[in-house]
Design a binder for this molecule. Structure first.
Ligand code: ADP
Ligand code: MG
Length: 340
């Protein structure tokens, strides 16, 4: 999917007010920090992805933001409420789907959601439960015991409980982990529908999931954010955008080729000589047609024109590349083919 065409991306320039402000958050377990000096901001209405291999510190960060784990140092504010000093107010604004949802197998879906609604101080609980059951399409299983549901349906119940008090901020910790491909698609569609009304912070170790769902991606590795940008922005900033390979039917002097292509909009560099050139263009300016016109306009026979894009996956793998082979195995990075 080309995220550039999502409406939320088009409006990204006009950012909403900050919903999550994280400042130098650090958490130690013993001598090693699981999260080390992490800062970031998520704005109202954004879907922000927390992307990183297992053990990167995603869950630790989310547990601090939701008030389940005190930071060792640093702080965070949820819509201006400090997660430590103003924890109750901050927590009220958050709906949280933990890594493993503590659902009650012996309760029915409806009873469980009523119970969660009461815990969260929802006034019109009947209406709230109806609303979230319909939102996650679980109304037809309202009277079933949670223990009898498939993993996909249990995950929907988990998302429903995170939505029952209509929170401004939804924090989802690896919401599709352990689901089958169809369930993964359904849960991703559900999350996409939250776009705009809510701010969503979503963790995943699956790159295509982050690309598909998120307006902005924070790549986290060993407790630190190693990159933060839009999907396109990340690719462009870290990889140099797009390149067009131009093959000619006969040799053309490099100076002439450069002179001709330098005039094409978006072209930033021309390298090569003779009958083979590589033209670097600004990201997302597919300049192939203009390059072809310039070549042909000079009477040079054009025999090859190939666009190569550095994918975000290339960037991700490079950024989170482990220093040792064992670490690489532990990291269990998932690629597009495996994920879908
Ligand atoms: N309760 C804990 N006690 C000790 N170490 C922990 C604990 N929870 C997490 N860690 C360690 O902190 C690091 C980050 O873990 P986590 O936040 O779960 O990462 P992620 O969610 O990205 O997989 C890992 O090295 C993990 O082993
Ligand atoms: Mg985790």
């Amino acid at each position: 999917m080309d995220m550039a065409q999502e409406p939320s991306n088009a409006s990204r320039g006009a950012r909403g007010e900050p919903m999550i402000e994280v400042e130098r958050l650090t958490r130690y377990y013993g001598p090693v920090p699981a999260i080390n000096d992490v800062s970031f901001t998520a704005h109202k209405g954004e879907i922000v992805g927390f992307l990183g291999p297992n053990g990167a510190g995603k869950t630790t960060t989310m547990r601090m933001l939701t008030g389940y784990l005190p930071p060792s140092s640093g702080t965070a504010r949820i819509a201006g409420h400090d997660i430590v000093n103003d924890s109750m107010a901050a927590r009220k604004l958050i709906g949280y789907l933990p890594e493993s949802t503590p659902l009650y197998p012996e309760m029915t879906v409806s009873d469980y959601l009523h119970f969660m609604a009461r815990l969260r101080g929802v006034k019109d609980r009947g209406a709230a439960v109806e609303r979230v059951m319909s939102q996650v399409s679980i109304d037809h299983r309202a009277d079933d015991l949670i223990g009898h549901l498939s993993k996909g349906f249990r995950q929907r119940v988990g998302i429903a409980q995170a939505l029952v008090h209509d929170p401004k901020l939804i924090i989802l910790d690896e919401p599709t982990i352990g689901l089958d491909p169809r369930q993964i698609r359904e849960v991703r569609e559900l999350i996409a529908e939250l776009r705009g009304d809510h701010t969503v912070l979503l963790s995943t170790h699956i790159l295509p999931e982050a690309q598909q769902l998120c307006d902005r991606i924070l790549i986290i590795k060993r407790g630190q954010i190693v990159a933060e940008d839009t999907t396109e922005g990340l690719t462009a900033r870290l990889g140099g955008g797009e390149q067009v390979r131009v093959g000619l039917g006969r040799s053309v002097p490099a100076a002439e080729m450069r002179a001709a292509l330098d005039k094409v909009r978006g072209v930033t560099e021309v390298t090569g000589d003779g009958d083979s050139y590589t033209v670097t263009v600004q990201p997302a300016t597919d300049a192939r047609a203009a390059i072809a016109a310039a070549v042909v306009g000079n009477g040079w026979p054009l025999v090859e024109l190939n666009l190569s894009r550095l994918t975000l996956e290339d960037v991700f793998l490079e950024l989170t590349a482990s220093d040792t082979a064992e670490e690489a195995m532990e990291a269990e990075m998932v690629t597009e083919e495996e994920a879908d």
